[in-house]
Design a protein around this ligand. Structure first.
Ligand code: SF4
Length: 364
């Protein structure tokens, strides 16, 4: 079993004999670590920058002096992820499965659209939240990911893109958007999420701006407040019902943080100019797809700068739910649009390779 360790408040599971994994460390923590090895603090910036070049997999590739390379190799580790499988959908969506050092499997999904690329990443192996329509939820919780395992998904997919001939002026332009909508509830792995975001957004790390990162939550209210206070990123909320009884049936989290508390947290969430909260609403036939549901949703979201994505259930056949008729979804959208909400119907991508929303189950 990998050894448990604490790094800067983040519980880590080291992949290599308990050594500190440099890719778990934010710039501040890396500086402390480098100094603890007797190196000058300014070395940390150089090491941090080079750690996040796609394709760098070991200390020798950092391009730093032999003496420092040997020192780091002696005391630390640098983990990287390699996809165990890559499946490509007919629509171009690619699903990557990663087997982690302890055997846990996580998945990431690369979604190309009009020359742009969005990467959907996982924050936990499995998920404890138990949403009834979600295959990840049905699988249960395995463990929290480390920062290196979150950022590692991004680096591995970037390296795969380069190896497959996708060219951009700089590596950081390969991915346009990152969304934390894969396996797991990101806010349930909060300290790690913050560390990973810090690395992803640092100019010397991967340089993602706040506009390009979206964290999605099922509604862990206290952590939504923490997120709004601690870092600037786009927020998405898996809403899926405008009625407490229906939402509690679909999403057990609603029995702890009901709609009133959730929507109050959305109203408090600090949004930048012209920013909105993305509300995701999976359309389930006969459960939450009536026009009365649409009117109730419009009423509940009144006053919240919103964008609503309607996600017709992808009908994987492994749950009791079904997808509504297209006409019903269009009528639902019309009600919301007439109430003034930017509302889009998002067809699932990658359904044929189980990469669509709610289909990630780590079975690859
Ligand atoms: Fe977890 Fe998200 Fe699935 Fe709910 S929808 S069980 S929060 S992965």
């Amino acid at each position: 079993q990998p050894k448990q360790a604490m790094e800067g408040g983040v519980e880590t599971v080291s992949a290599k004999g308990g050594q500190t994994d440099l890719r778990d460390l934010t710039p501040d923590r890396l500086r402390d670590y480098v100094v603890s090895l007797g190196l000058p603090a300014k070395r940390a910036r150089q090491i941090f920058t080079r750690l996040y070049h796609p394709g760098v997999r070991d200390f020798a590739q950092l391009g730093i002096s032999r003496e420092v390379t040997e020192l780091l190799a002696k005391h630390a580790s640098m983990s990287s992820l390699e996809p165990a499988t890559v499946e490509k959908s007919a629509d171009g969506t690619e699903k990557f499965a990663f087997r982690l050092a302890d055997g846990a499997v996580i998945e990431s999904v690369l979604i190309p659209e009009d020359g742009r690329h969005t990467l959907c990443i996982s924050s936990q192996a499995g998920c404890a939240m138990g949403c009834r329509f979600c295959l990840t939820g049905g699988q249960g919780f395995v463990r929290n990911l480390r920062p290196a395992e979150i950022v590692g998904q991004v680096l591995a997919v970037m390296a795969h893109m380069v190896e497959n001939g996708i060219q951009r002026a700089t590596p950081r332009e390969l991915l346009n958007n990152l969304v934390f909508m894969g396996m797991g509830e990101p806010l349930a792995n909060y300290d790690t999420l913050l560390a990973a975001l810090t690395i992803l957004m640092d100019d010397h790390g991967l340089g993602f701006s706040e506009r390009r990162i979206t964290v999605s939550t099922c509604g862990i209210v206290p952590r939504m407040d923490d997120l709004g206070r601690d870092i600037r990123v786009n927020l998405a909320v898996s809403l899926h019902a405008a009625d407490d009884a229906v939402r509690s049936r679909l999403m057990p989290v609603n029995t702890t943080y009901g709609l009133e508390a959730l929507l109050a947290a959305c109203r408090r969430y600090p949004l930048g100019k012209k920013k909105v909260i993305l509300f995701e609403y999976i359309m389930l036939k006969g459960i939450n797809d009536s026009l009365a549901d649409a009117h109730l949703l419009a009423e509940k979201l009144q006053g919240i700068p919103s964008r609503i994505n309607l996600l017709p259930y992808n009908g994987s056949g492994e749950t009791e739910f079904a997808c509504p008729d297209a006409a019903q979804t269009l009528a639902f959208q019309k009600v919301l649009r007439e109430a003034g909400f930017n509302t889009f119907i998002r067809q699932s991508r990658g359904g044929d390779i189980s990469a669509a929303c709610g289909q990630l189950a780590g079975k690859s």
